[in-house]
Design a protein around this ligand. Structure first.
Ligand code: C2E
Ligand code: CA
Ligand code: CA
Ligand code: CA
Length: 279
């Protein structure tokens, strides 16, 4: 029995070493992914639940690895945060979002907003922030619309820096969305002090909204609260018509999810924009 325990331990140790090695290799590859043009910005539509028309889009990172294929951001974003690469990657995707927002704004003849995710690490004092500062310095969004998605994790280390940065966003005309709402651990008092434009209901609440009384109550309550505080609501992970119907009934403003469309490369998204209301 003792031997079996030891060999099991050896097995786990080896598995952990392999995992650590894989992460090291991925971190090394990620370092050159930008210059090798392996990172891509995909765009997922956010639709008005009343009309099913596309009102804006969320930019989502994709990594096309030469040997491993497509790697999920849930895997490489944490690596980018640990290694500090998130700063250059964040700058890069913001640049993409600005460029496409300008292009599609011109194309549509109305402002077309693109939202960009911003990691808590990018809020740390002393972070480079080059592209964002460029927008601030230019006196705002010349011909484009940008919003920023933050998570409650940003608010946990609520240094004054966060409030300050959010004010800069507002002054520059950048809308702020609170992502994954309801999944964090922080108190909600920040909703009173910080200027937040959109609340995004996390997909874990949307998943069983049709059958689960608890999820229904939570979603309905979030929507009422957000509206009373002057915020608009975006439901994430809307996958079927039943969920969309429930959310519409509950006065949720916007929806995002596979029911409408998956995240698409820019060229495909452009075709979608031309084709009118979806789903
Ligand atoms: P997120 O910001 O919560 O993004 C929403 C995720 O839900 C995306 O996963 C999206 O593809 C997925 N999704 C959209 N509709 C549906 C649906 O109907 N059903 C389901 N099951 N999922 C849906 P993705 O693209 O894999 O991104 C995962 C996470 O990686 C994001 O979660 C975000 O936290 C992070 N991420 C992605 N791009 C960036 C980025 O440019 N910067 C930073 N800092 N983080 C990013
Ligand atoms: Ca997001
Ligand atoms: Ca989210
Ligand atoms: Ca998430």
């Amino acid at each position: 029995a003792k031997n079996a325990g030891r060999s099991r331990l050896r097995f786990f140790t080896r598995a952990m070493q392999k995992d650590a090695q894989m992460r090291l290799r991925l971190a090394r590859d990620l370092r050159s992914a930008l210059s090798k043009r392996q990172l891509h910005a995909f765009f997922q539509p956010i639709v008005d639940l009343k009309t099913n028309s596309i009102v804006k889009a969320e930019a989502l990172l994709r990594w096309e690895h030469p040997t491993r294929g497509w790697i999920s951001p849930t895997l490489f974003i944490p690596l980018a945060e640990e290694t500090g690469l998130i700063h250059s990657i964040g700058d890069w995707i913001l640049g993409e979002a600005v460029a496409y927002s300008k292009k599609w704004t011109k194309h549509l003849g109305r402002p077309f907003e693109i939202s960009v995710n911003r990691s808590p690490v990018e809020f740390m004092v002393g972070s480079s922030d080059f592209a964002w500062r460029h927008i601030f310095a230019d006196g705002g969004l010349d011909g484009c619309g940008i919003s920023v998605e933050i998570t409650e994790g940003v608010l946990l280390n609520a240094s004054s820096h966060v409030a300050e940065t959010l004010l800069q966003f507002r002054d520059a005309g950048i809308h702020v969305a609170l992502d994954d709402f309801g999944t964090g651990y922080s108190s909600m008092s920040y909703l009173l002090n910080l200027h937040i434009d959109y609340l995004k209901i996390d997909q874990s609440f949307v998943r069983d909204i049709v059958n689960n009384r608890g999820s229904q109550t939570i979603a309905e309550t979030m929507i009422v609260m957000a509206h009373r505080l002057g915020m608009k609501v975006i439901a994430e992970g809307v996958e079927n018509q039943e969920q969309a119907a429930f959310l519409r009934e509950a006065s949720c403003d916007f929806g995002q999810g596979y029911l409408f469309e998956r995240p698409l490369p820019a060229t495909k998204f452009e075709e979608l924009l031309e084709s009118g209301p979806i789903a």
